[in-house]
Design a protein around this ligand. Structure first.
Ligand code: GDP
Length: 195
C-alpha cells in the first residue's frame, strides 16, 4: 500500500478520547523495546512519527495514528516491563483489556516479537489472551537483519511453535532496517480489514 498521509491523532488515557468508530483499527502489541514504534514508522514511511522511546514501558496510553484517512494504527502499551508502578499497571491494564475485548472497529492485533529470541512468557500470554477472545492476530517477527538469512526459517518455526500458532495464523518476517516484509505486512493487514 502506498501511504501518502499519516498523522498522530491522540494519546488516549480514557475510552472517551477514542476517535469515532468509523474506520478500521489495527492494534500493535509487543514487549517494550521489541521494535513496535520502528515497525509503525517503517510501515508509514516516517522516520519518527511513532516515537522510538529509549524508556521502555513509558507509554501507558493508547496512541492513535490515522493512515491515509482510511484506517488507524493503535499503539498499545508495551508489556513485560517490570518497572511500571503498580498503580500505573492497574490503570492501563483494564483500559487495554476493555479496548481489546469491546472495540468494534478492531480488525486485528499485530503482535510484534523479536525473531532472534524464543517468545517470552509474556509474549505467549498475550497471544493466548487474543486467541481466547477470538481476536485475529498477525504476528510480526522483527529485526531479521540481526540474524543471517539462513537462520530465518528456523527462528520463524520456533516463534510458531512457542506461541502455539495455527497453520493459518499469519507470521510476517520483518525488518525496520531493510524494509523486509513491509509489502507482505500491508497485504495481510488488508486481508484482515476485508475479512
Ligand atoms: P518499541 O519500544 O517496541 O517501540 O521499540 P523501538 O521501535 O523503539 O525499538 C527499540 C530498539 O530496537 C531501537 O533501538 C530500534 O532502533 C531497534 N530496532 C527496532 N526495529 C529494528 C529492526 O528491525 N532492526 C534493527 N537492527 N533494529 C531495530
Amino acid at each position: 500500500m502506498k501511504v501518502t498521509q499519516a498523522e498522530f491523532i491522540i494519546s488516549a488515557v480514557s475510552p472517551k478520547q477514542y476517535p469515532d468508530a468509523s474506520l478500521p483499527e489495527l492494534a500493535l502489541a509487543g514487549r517494550s523495546n521489541v521494535g513496535k514504534s520502528s515497525f509503525i514508522n517503517k510501515m508509514i514511511n516516517r522516520k519518527n512519527l511513532a516515537r522510538t522511546s529509549s524508556k521502555p514501558g513509558k507509554t501507558q496510553t493508547l496512541n492513535y495514528y490515522l493512515i491515509n484517512k482510511e484506517m488507524y494504527f493503535v499503539d498499545l502499551p508495551g508489556y513485560g516491563y517490570a518497572k511500571v508502578s503498580k498503580t500505573e499497571k492497574e490503570k492501563w491494564g483494564p483500559m487495554m483489556e476493555e479496548y481489546l475485548q469491546t472495540r468494534k472497529p478492531l480488525k486485528a492485533v499485530i503482535q510484534v516479537v523479536d525473531i532472534r529470541h524464543t517468545p517470552t512468557k509474556d509474549d505467549k500470554g498475550m497471544f493466548e489472551y487474543l486467541k481466547h477472545y477470538g481476536i485475529p492476530i498477525i504476528v510480526v517477527a522483527t529485526k531479521t537483519d540481526k540474524i543471517p538469512r539462513g537462520k530465518w526459517q528456523k527462528h520463524a518455526k520456533e516463534v510458531r511453535t512457542t506461541l502455539g500458532m495455527e497453520k493459518n495464523d499469519p507470521l510476517v518476517l520483518f525488518s525496520a532496517e531493510t524494509g523486509q516484509g513491509k509489502d507482505e505486512a500491508w497485504s495481510v493487514i488488508w486481508q484482515k480489514i476485508k475479512e
